[in-house]
Design a protein around this ligand. Structure first.
Ligand code: ATP
Length: 238
């Protein structure tokens, strides 16, 4: 039986008195890399916040690791990284990770492993405030990996990074999924999502389509995810 780490059914979210997600369905399997892709304001962050249990005004069914999203038994088992890197700029990368490791109750072996996974072992003793934006994003990602969570929720982790770094981060996401974690990544850079096992195209609070990249291209006759998205928008408007 397929094991789902996330199962969202008919999710509706109201923010600021307005419904911004209108009945979203989404699943993530163990070992699966799923991309939530769509333009700015479409609801990607709201969907991710709902899955990690920090969003209010939520209706519908949200099952995460077999429990209700945000329930106490789930919170420590979900790695969540937002665009605002939650790390201390006056500490080194290693010191940051040691701080979070102490909170999570893991040790130096896990700190070393997380630094290696994000390819920062060589910069472990550099103060984070002196690092590039891409390196800071990697430190932030590493904090989410410390206790080897079965689910990673990464909200636009590649925004503002150069193409080489983006490619290498996507390779890391793929590695994490191949080691068994469910990995949910949002991006508004549609062609990045070609690296996902499955994509959900989210626009104006609705999932326009889901499928493997190959399925989406075949269904639309397009040659890229971005082109497929445009075909779907044109179809919806016709
Ligand atoms: N704090 C808030 N209060 C009220 N409405 C909000 C709030 N934050 C976001 N929204 C609205 O919710 C909708 C979805 O926003 P959300 O941030 O989830 O989109 P997004 O796809 O993640 O966008 P981006 O890529 O720009 O981060 C938008 O219409 C936005 O205006």
């Amino acid at each position: 039986m397929e094991q789902h780490v996330v199962e969202v059914t008919d999710l509706r979210v109201t923010r600021g008195g307005r419904e911004v997600l209108h009945g979203v369905d989404l699943s993530v399997g163990a070992g699966e890399l799923v991309g939530v892709v769509g333009p700015s304001g479409g609801g990607k962050s709201t969907l991710m916040r709902s899955i990690v249990g920090v969003q209010s005004g939520v209706q519908g069914s949200l099952r995460v690791l077999g429990e209700e999203a945000g329930s106490p038994g789930v919170r420590g088992r979900v790695g969540y990284v937002t665009q605002a890197a939650s790390i201390y700029h006056d500490l080194t990368a290693r010191e940051n990770l040691e701080f979070f490791a102490a909170i999570l109750g893991v040790g130096t072996a896990e700190v070393r492993a997380a630094l290696a996974t994000v390819d920062l072992a060589h910069a472990a003793d550099q103060v984070v405030g002196t690092m590039s934006g891409g390196q800071q994003s990697r430190v932030s990602l590493a904090t989410a990996l410390l206790n080897d969570p079965p689910l990673l929720v990464l909200d636009e982790p590649t925004v503002g990074l150069d193409p080489v770094l983006r490619r290498s981060l996507w390779a890391t996401f793929g590695d994490l999924a191949s080691r068994g974690a469910g990995v949910l990544v949002s991006t508004h850079v549609m062609d990045e999502a070609e690296r996902c096992d499955r994509i959900a195209l989210l626009r104006e609070g609705e999932v326009m389509a889901t499928g493997t990249p190959a399925e989406l291209l075949e269904r639309t006759g397009a040659d890229s995810v971005e082109a497929a998205f445009l075909v779907l928008i044109d179809e919806a408007a016709a």
